[in-house]
Ligand binder design. Structure first.
Ligand SMILES: O=c1[nH]c(=O)c2ncn([C@@H]3O[C@H](COP(=O)(O)OP(=O)(O)OP(=O)(O)O)[C@@H](O)[C@H]3O)c2[nH]1
Length: 221
């Protein structure tokens, strides 16, 4: 069964194609985004709007780069900061800090008009530095998947992924966005092949949960 990924970002689509067993079709539609510090809320809103636009089952992705020295900024504003400030200057700003720790965080959100039941799963707590996290980060780190329904809204299934790393001077020419300045285990994401990045990235982790859930659902049907 083909799954429709509603996104304007071809880099995200390439990664989803690497990951999901099903063929992935891109619907290039700029879904309206609410302003919120909570990626899950943004992704859920995006998924509902995408479903209403497409009229068929869809998934969306909302992601961002969270720099610890800046209390998580640019976070949910990563796309805007990428297009205005740019990657090089994000590196230069962070380079002035002693603490260059950061994480990529992402949520894949699926909506097909059905109501879903929440099925909490074991905690995935990879955090190299073991530091205290913000409430939003803790919530995401302790929740593999959850269902989001606000009163009267379509229900949306959310799959979370987080990867801790460090901001470094740009290296590598693969990937997209902030990949050249995000280092994980001595290599930037832009220095990794797509399958290497997917194996550890926020999106890869979220897509893995989504893929498992799709497979289970298809077996149950
Ligand atoms: O180097 C990166 N490697 C990644 O793996 C990654 N994932 C997200 N991002 C950046 O974070 C923002 C997301 O914004 P975002 O979720 O609103 O997406 P977007 O506006 O690009 O597309 P859409 O899916 O909303 O249409 C954008 O600036 C992306 O460049 C990444 N950068």
């Amino acid at each position: 069964m083909t799954v429709t990924f509603v996104t304007t970002n071809p880099g995200k689509v390439n990664e989803a194609r690497e990951y999901l067993a099903e063929p992935v079709e891109q619907l290039d539609f700029d879904t309206p985004e609410i302003q919120s510090a909570d990626l899950g809320a943004i992704a859920a809103h995006k998924a509902r709007a995408a479903y209403e636009h497409a009229g068929e089952p869809v998934f969306v992705d909302d992601a961002g780069l969270f720099v610890e020295a800046f209390d998580g900024f640019p976070g949910p504003f990563s796309s805007y900061v990428h297009d205005t400030v740019g990657v090089e200057r994000v590196w230069r700003l962070t380079g002035e800090e002693d603490d260059r720790a950061a994480s990529f965080r992402g949520v894949v959100a699926y909506c097909d008009g059905d109501d879903f039941e929440a099925t909490p799963e074991p905690v995935d707590r990879e955090d190299r530095r073991g530091q205290d996290r913000s409430a939003d980060e803790r919530a995401a780190a302790t929740t593999d998947e959850r269902v989001r329904t606000d009163d009267g809204d379509l229900s949306v299934k959310l799959f979370y992924g987080v990867v801790p790393g460090e901001i470094v001077a740009p290296r590598g020419d693969g990937g997209f966005g902030y990949d050249p300045i995000f280092e994980y285990d001595d290599r930037t994401f832009a220095e990794m092949d797509p399958d290497e990045k997917n194996a550890v990235s926020h999106r890869g982790r979220a897509l893995a949960k989504f893929a498992d859930w799709l497979a289970e659902r298809d077996t149950a049907e």
